[in-house]
Ligand binder design. Structure first.
Ligand SMILES: NC(=O)c1ccc[n+]([C@@H]2O[C@H](COP(=O)([O-])OP(=O)(O)OC[C@H]3O[C@@H](n4cnc5c(N)ncnc54)[C@H](OP(=O)(O)O)[C@@H]3O)[C@@H](O)[C@H]2O)c1
Length: 273
């Protein structure tokens, strides 16, 4: 492995692969980046935007070359495509190449079945926040992924946002909470905007307000560090407007709905395995 430049390859440049690649391309010091993807228009657009070499995923020779070239190989294709793809490029992988799957539900054991248990593997679950360097990422490693390899991986993950190592049995749960989490919060944002519009606010004002609301609340949570309930109590005066709104949400069983969403997403991740 080259000591100066870390070669990072990506199979897949869709929503998540594209977000991760963008985060790395934004500050590429010490990194060399390459990727592959099927869609020609997307390949050309991302290659031009990010100044990254992008090959055609339909070209098996190019796929094999990308696998051989990579020190860290991100597999950012749909879960059903991960294992066949890895089986196809397995002979080209160097023994020290770290294979990183970001697929929901695909276990380390499944990766080892496809690659052999001596191949270093990581299972990583980022979220869309990676696009702005604010992913809530979790990861776990197989035994072949040694401490020096983890030390190579963690600064890469840090470019996406925060990174928390978890025992593998918690990865599907982390997927359900944080991998899928942006969609839950975006749904809440959508509902707040629609409610403001329904009550008479122009849409562009509602959008601006809700954007600032999420940004401010996220910063508060991160900086304060206390339980969200403690912050919420600070803004809930007895008999006030917030108390009335929160009481309505509690009566509508918003907590139960969110708990159900996490259970359903976790079940789906279990099924994908
Ligand atoms: N989206 C999320 O929020 C999120 C969060 C965490 C983890 N993930 C995981 O990330 C993975 C990708 O999800 P996504 O949402 O980014 O899906 P996506 O937008 O459909 O992207 C998948 C990309 O992989 C490309 N691809 C398919 N087979 C390939 C191959 N053999 N070699 C190279 N590229 C190939 C596809 O190209 P074409 O479009 O040209 O076919 C597509 O651009 C999934 O396993 C998912 O579980 C997603």
């Amino acid at each position: 492995m080259d000591n100066v430049t870390l070669r990072i390859g990506f199979f897949g440049m869709g929503s998540m692969g594209g977000a991760l690649l963008r985060a790395l391309a934004a500050s590429p010091d010490g990194l060399a980046l390459r990727a592959s993807n099927f869609d020609a228009a997307r390949r050309e657009a991302l290659a031009a935007e990010l100044a990254v070499q992008v090959s055609d995923a339909a070209d098996l020779e190019a796929q094999v070359d990308l696998a051989r070239w990579s020190d860290i190989l991100f597999v950012a294709v749909k879960p059903g495509g991960v294992l066949p793809l890895l089986a196809a490029v397995r002979p080209a992988l160097r023994p020290e190449t770290l294979v990183v799957s970001i697929a929901a539900g695909i276990s380390l054991a499944a990766l080892e079945d496809a690659l052999g248990e001596t191949q270093p593997c990581a299972r990583v679950m980022p979220n869309l926040g990676a696009r702005v360097g604010a992913s809530a990422t979790t990861y776990c490693l197989n035994p072949a992924c040694t401490a020096p390899l983890e030390a190579l991986l963690t600064p890469v993950l840090a470019r996406f946002g925060s990174a928390l190592r978890l025992p593998e049995p918690q990865m599907n749960l982390a997927t359900a909470v944080a991998g899928s989490g942006p969609a839950y919060l975006l749904l809440a944002a959508e509902a707040l905007i629609d409610a403001a519009v329904a009550e008479g606010m122009p849409r562009k004002h509602a959008l601006a307000l809700v954007q600032a609301l999420f940004e401010g609340t996220g910063k508060l949570m991160a900086q304060d560090g206390s339980e969200p309930a403690a912050l919420r109590w600070q803004v809930t005066s007895p008999g006030g407007t917030t108390a009335a709104g929160v009481a309505h949400l509690e009566a509508a069983q918003v907590r139960a709905a969110l708990a159900g969403a996490v259970r359903a997403a976790r079940r789906r991740a279990d099924e994908l395995a």
